[in-house]
Design a protein around this ligand. Structure first.
Ligand code: SAH
Length: 247
């Protein structure tokens, strides 16, 4: 009899941004396989589990995805409650489909549990909405990153430029390319941008400016995971106006 594999969103880092369901499953877990971006605070909840770090980070040597899928299946066949813990929400830029398929092919039941994606933690850090009446009615979640070995292209930028607000994952190391791709699609150089590093963590950092300044802003970051937000809805002046209205 196999167990069940739970693909669980760990949220952006702060343990109290886990869902209650995620916290309960961690407490019940026999095995936890986690990403690089999952905090020690969160892992501490998995008191009785054997814990495996199968983390990948851009630009560093990483664990092969096929290996992760095989390990997940092996654990699912041997243990009762297997938690595959993924940063943010597992359904966004988390390669969940490959892991779900691998488990289903092996006959192991899979349940997914949503989490707070980094983009939402980034918006919370700024204290601004990704949407704004009369300003932003559409939000695109995009990444310029492609799988290792895959040819890179700029299709992501079509969606980013068409949306009122773009939430860009895994882009901070390629800020100049992001900037050029958006400018080439007619996004004005004056469009407000914000970069949020380690959103929700104790070491959270925010830098803001305009699309014209994006590479310079990215260069000031410390190398932690970072989200880039692009859009009029996140303009600092707008946040100030909203505060003045509320006062
Ligand atoms: N599934 C995750 C995203 C995985 S891709 C989610 O829903 O959040 C990894 C990228 O997410 C990082 O390169 C970075 O762009 C972003 N990210 C993850 N955690 C972050 C954090 N705490 N602060 C800022 N960006 C973060």
């Amino acid at each position: 009899m196999s167990g069940t594999v739970y693909l669980v969103g760990a949220g952006p880092g702060a343990a109290d941004l886990l869902t209650l369901r995620a916290a309960r499953l961690l407490g019940e877990a026999d095995v936890v396989l986690h990403d690089a971006l999952v905090s020690t605070e969160v892992l501490a909840l998995a008191a009785k589990a054997r814990i495996y770090n199968v983390g990948k980070r851009a630009s560093r040597p990483s664990v092969d995805q096929r290996f992760i899928c095989r390990l997940l299946v092996r654990m699912g066949l041997r243990h009762g409650v297997v938690v595959r813990l993924k940063g943010g929400d597992p359904h966004l830029f988390g390669r969940a489909t490959e892991e779900i398929d691998a488990c289903r092919t092996a006959g192991i039941p899979v349940v997914t549990v949503p989490g707070i994606s980094a983009g939402f933690a980034a918006a919370a850090a700024l204290g601004t909405s990704l949407t704004a009446r009369g300003v932003s009615r559409s939000v695109a979640f995009v990444t310029p990153a492609v799988a290792r070995g895959a040819a890179s292209d700029d299709h992501w930028a079509d969606a980013a430029a068409a949306a009122d607000t773009a939430v860009i994952y895994m882009g901070a190391l390629n800020a100049e390319r992001v900037q050029q791709a958006l400018l080439a699609r007619g996004t004005p150089a004056s469009r407000p941008v914000a970069l949020i590093e380690n959103a929700s963590g104790a070491d959270e950092r925010i830098v803001r400016g305009s699309l014209a300044e994006l590479p310079a802003l990215a260069a000031t970051l410390g190398g932690g995971p970072a989200i880039m937000l692009v859009g009029e809805a996140i303009a600092e002046a707008r946040a100030a106006l909203a505060k003045a209205d509320a006062a």
